[in-house]
Design a protein around this ligand. Structure first.
Ligand SMILES: Cc1cc2nc3c(=O)[nH]c(=O)nc-3n(C[C@H](O)[C@H](O)[C@H](O)COP(=O)(O)OP(=O)(O)OC[C@H]3O[C@@H](n4cnc5c(N)ncnc54)[C@H](O)[C@@H]3O)c2cc1C
Length: 662
């Protein structure tokens, strides 16, 4: 209930009007509302603008107003006054002739008790309700304009930080609990029947109610999301729950910021709110811009300061210390703190420790081959830099640099020639005026490394990886081919040229691009990259599993065995090669003939084409070989194939650390 008291600039009678307002807007008369009645009765008193205060002897203004009102008027637009209980009262006044609500010079609030006896009367200048609502406003501002955006930004931009999850969880736990308490408190001190509420308070309370219900659910979904990311390996469920959590989170933030707008408007403090909201949105916008465009790249700058670490050293850390390391091109990443934060689920990273993740990042492989390959976004590539703990130097001597100013990060090689090994498989020979492939004796550590080919296709840069090899297939075939049995379809390797073999896919982006290149066309390359076979010396007993073009890294091992046939060497390889069709197979006669001449105790070669694998009970054979305790097993093929072989090897008793998945 408002009671407006009006007067003039001369000693005059006063008048009072019974008004109602829920917020700090101009109130309307009760009679303007539905079923409202004028309930101020028996008004007497006067307004004296030059009243002589007997206490101070000074002239001042004085209002004397006496009126009656039933404690319970029965009008829903009047507060029920309970006798002997404190109620809140606000007042404002102004000097001047004009009567209005927006020009009060002074205002304040307090508490008053309408007492049954004089002893019980009380009045104090303090308004508990106003104070309570002000606290609610401050808390909601802190929670939703500061803490919630920080918690969201930590989750969006800080997943590489160890503490991000706890920051997110604790911040939101505070926001959730704080909101529920503050909203309940605000409702307790300010519950008003819906029919009495005007537009802004009504929207404010309804939105507040929706937010309070949603935040509890959101907290619960957040915990489920974390549980699934940590424990589950069902990608579709993880991704749906994560998306729901994200969508509700953003929705909640928008609703809460809208509701803060109403809250501030009710308190007539729009300007404060607008400034805070503008700052909050500007900060969020800048962070997002940076995230999307990477215009400020601390990760990139830090890269130069990273210590160097070889693939071997990183693998030792994995084996001996249980470090959770992974490679991405030249970077060594510590993915430990990130495992359960990976949007696709922690299982994806757990399964690929020790592997080069570049293939998953660029979208030419998917985990276990179960999903469609997914080309990661630019921000995801930035994460690899943030997670990097070291940089692998390019192997010295692999490529001879003819021009020291050139870098392996971005090389341009020209096509010398392309040669069809079969209907779908091509050998491409590349030359460069700035680089030459090593002509020295082949270092074991070079074997199995790959190069990254990048091309702009349809305006987008697409990258794929291709294994390089050193063996000169032509002279190898000639040396083997005493009886003229070989197909002799092998091109001679030009000195210093880089050789890649690729299978052309009908819809394959990069293989279509490569197959359309002619002599002298330029190919953009980065490399050599990847751990390769991690061979330290030419000794040991190894198992090799090659799926399709996965046979390429093994060519150099077998070629070494061939070249060293007259020297005693303790290197032994058993190689299983699988092809989908006979037409897909290549270099088979070369490897079979080498095996026949060297003998199976040096190089055993088993080649299978699709159905053959079933006929010969391939899984049992793999398990048997795994049980023969080789020094290491190399698995190189599409990710589905790799995963299949890896699990059979583990089932057969070979330790995970002995299996190198390429
Ligand atoms: C370390 C490493 C080394 C490698 N070495 C070699 C190598 O030496 N030689 C070699 O040939 N390959 C190699 N690969 C594989 C190579 O990187 C490419 O994945 C392969 O050449 C296909 O690339 P692409 O761009 O032509 O095909 P992509 O465009 O990636 O398509 C691949 C296949 O998927 C199909 N496909 C694509 N998109 C869809 C879709 N939306 N729906 C259904 N099907 C689709 C295509 O038709 C094609 O059959 C290697 C991979 C890795 C990780």
């Amino acid at each position: 209930m408002y009671v407006a008291i009006g007067g003039g600039d001369t000693v005059s009678p006063i008048f009072l009007i019974d008004l109602w307002s829920e917020n700090h807007d101009e109130p309307s008369e009760d009679t303007d509302y539905w079923s409202g009645t004028e309930d101020v009765i028996d008004v007497t008193g006067y307004y004296d603008p030059s009243y002589l205060d007997p206490a101070t002897g000074e002239t001042t203004t004085f209002i004397n107003a006496t009126f009656s009102r039933l404690l319970n008027t029965g009008d829903i637009w009047d507060t029920i006054i309970e006798a002997d209980k404190h109620i809140d009262i606000n007042w404002g006044y102004k000097k001047g002739k004009k009567f209005g609500f927006d020009e009060h010079d002074s205002y304040s609030q307090g508490r008053i008790k309408f007492a049954r006896s004089a002893d019980n009367e009380s009045f104090s200048k303090e308004d508990s309700k106003y104070f309570g609502l002000a606290i609610h406003l401050v808390l909601m501002t802190i929670f939703w304009t500061i803490m919630a955006p920080i918690a969201i930004m930590v989750a969006r931009y800080g997943k590489h930080l160890k503490c991000w999850y706890w920051c997110h969880l604790i911040s939101f736990a505070i926001v959730i609990i704080g909101t529920i308490i503050s909203v309940s408190y605000a409702y307790q001190i300010h519950h008003t029947p819906t029919v009495q509420t005007t537009k802004k308070p009504r929207y404010h309370s309804r939105l507040g109610f929706i937010i309070t219900c949603l935040i509890l659910g959101q907290g619960f979904i957040g915990l489920i999301c974390k549980f699934l990311q940590t424990k589950s390996s069902v990608f579709s469920i993880i991704s749906q729950v994560r998306r729901a959590h994200k969508a509700i989170g953003y929705g909640l933030l928008i609703l809460a910021l809208m509701n803060n707008t109403y809250g501030f408007a009710i308190m007539s403090m729009e300007i404060v709110h607008d400034i805070m909201l503008a700052i909050c949105l500007a900060i969020m916008f800048l962070f997002e811009l940076r995230h999307q465009l990477s215009f400020w790249k601390p990760g990139f700058l830090c890269l130069k300061k990273l210590p160097e670490m070889s693939h071997q050293e990183a693998m030792e850390m994995i084996e001996k210390e249980g470090a959770k390391l992974m490679f991405c091109d030249e970077l060594v990443m510590n993915i430990g703190p990130f495992i359960t934060s990976h949007p696709g689920g922690g299982y994806m990273l757990r399964d690929t420790i020790g592997e080069d993740a570049g293939k998953y990042m660029v979208g030419c492989s998917s985990i276990n081959g179960e999903l469609m390959p997914y080309a990661h976004s630019r921000p995801a590539f930035d994460y690899t830099k943030k997670l990097a703990i070291a940089k692998v130097p390019y192997p010295e001597g692999y490529l001879e640099k003819l021009d020291e100013s050139e870098t392996n990060n971005l090389m341009h090689w020209a096509v010398s020639f392309q040669h069809a090994l079969n209907e779908t498989t091509r050998l491409i020979s590349l030359s460069s005026p700035h680089f030459r492939l090593s002509q020295e004796q082949l270092q074991p550590s070079y074997i199995g490394k790959h190069f990254k080919v990048t091309a702009k296709i349809g305006g987008t840069a697409i990258s794929r990886y291709y294994s390089a090899f050193f063996a000169d297939l032509h002279s190898w075939a000639q040396e083997l081919d005493n009886s003229g049995k070989l197909s002799n379809n092998y091109p001679a390797c030009s000195e210093g040229n880089l050789q890649l073999i690729y299978r052309v896919y009908g819809l394959g982006k990069i293989t279509q691009y490569l197959s359309n290149l002619s002599a002298e066309n330029i190919v953009e390359l980065k490399g050599p990259l990847g751990p390769g076979l991690l061979l330290n010396n030419y000794s040991g007993n190894y198992l090799g599993f090659a799926g399709g073009t996965g046979i390429i890294p093994f060519l150099d091992v077998v070629h070494y065995l061939w070249l060293s046939k007259d020297n005693p060497s303790s290197l032994k390889l058993t190689l299983f090669a699988s092809f989908r069709t006979v037409e897909d197979a290549f270099c088979i006669d070369l490897l079979e003939e080498t095996s026949r001449i060297l003998g199976e105790d040096k190089f055993k070669f088993v080649v299978m084409v699709d159905k053959q694998a079933k006929d010969m009970n391939f899984p049992e054979i793999i398990k048997k070989y795994a049980g023969s305790n080789p020094d290491r097993a190399w698995v190189c093929g599409p990710s589905g194939y790799n995963n299949f072989i890896k699990s059979l090897l583990i089932e057969g008793g070979l330790g995970r650390k002995k299996i190198i998945v390429m």
